[in-house]
Write a protein that binds this ligand. Sequence first.
Ligand code: F6P
Length: 414
Amino acid sequence: MREIKGNVIVGQSGGPTAVINSSLAGVYKTARDRGAKKVYGMLHGVQGLLEERVVDLADHITNELDIELLKRTPSSYLGSCRYKLPEIFEDQEVYKKIFSILEKLEIEYFFYIGGNDSMDTIKKLSDYSILNGSKIRFIGVPKTIDNDLAATDHTPGYGSAAKYIGSITKEVIRDGLVYDQQNVTLLEIMGRNAGWLTGAAALAKCEDCEGPDMIFLPEITFDVDDFMRRVAKLHERKKSVVVAISEGVKTADGRYVCELTDNIDYVDAFGHKQLTGTARFLAEKISKEVGCKTRAIEFNSLQRCASHIVSRVDITEAFQVGGAAVKAAFEGETGKMIILKRVSDDPYICVTDLYDIHKVANVEKKVPREWINEAGDYVTEEFVNYVKPLIQAELTPIMVDGLPRHLYYTDKVK
Ligand code: F6P
């Protein structure tokens, strides 16, 4: 094994997941086992790094039990950010500052666990590093519940969110059947411009459950009037109608359906609008126009941090991509992201590999049209076959006094 001279730094960025801390554990444990002197954590990603908010992880994660707890703790242990670096040719001051902080900490290896926007950060930092003759290695560790990163078969975080969505969709369908009264329930699911998560509602369709009646993904233009007609038709013949709908569905003029509610007021550094209110808007319309009891259920942040029902496949792969990133960087790689390559479905086998960050950053991977039915209101069997292996098996939380125990960051050094 190559001797590791410099230090390591790792950060988490973008929306949290149920398993992003398993990747952090993978980076930390592998770096330590391979002889890294110090492993630093950036608090709140690059934004915190710029304020020199950095901690020595050995002061906080002190034993094997901490590592196990960290793996099972949802959300981002180190805190996160949505921070966009300027283009290198536009403004170099921020880069100079970052590199001078990294030099001060004697960093040789930089890992960033995140989605699309975070890979943009790795791309820019590795480009700047090469242009300026720096020896620091930059590797991206994939994560996002949205599953919209290019090149990788799937992203850690997606499998657990999909498992949660499939499970609670079954529960909501059961609940909708309880009274002898007609009702329509709309489930609003995250995923921004990609329908991977919303499509996972189809997992609820199994031996003991008929699944949702319709599923609307952002890949298909949403026609509000046509939607109303379809709901009314289903309502005529069914007691309980359940529809899964993406937060990111857009009308033909390119507006998000949730923008029709005029309740959007927040846009982040990457220009992403906060998407919320699609289900509420449509449920109110159904109540008024179809005249029945409706419920709008926004899965919201519940779907991205549900570590009590984590997929064992997912949490294991999340750890593996962290470890693979360290191995790659220690072997001299830079400007790459770790990807997952599916070798087979049955038995499910997936391996890690490396991919050029320039081909990943800022590319959104959408659900292929052929994995959506012709009517545009459900996903196909191929879609379900793709997701199923990713939700398999469980990893029980460490329960204390009836509740899952988490490892949380505190600035009090242990
Ligand atoms: O990062 C993924 C994601 O969970 C999207 O599905 C969702 O639209 C977005 O984050 C919400 O972001 P925030 O937590 O910044 O509001």
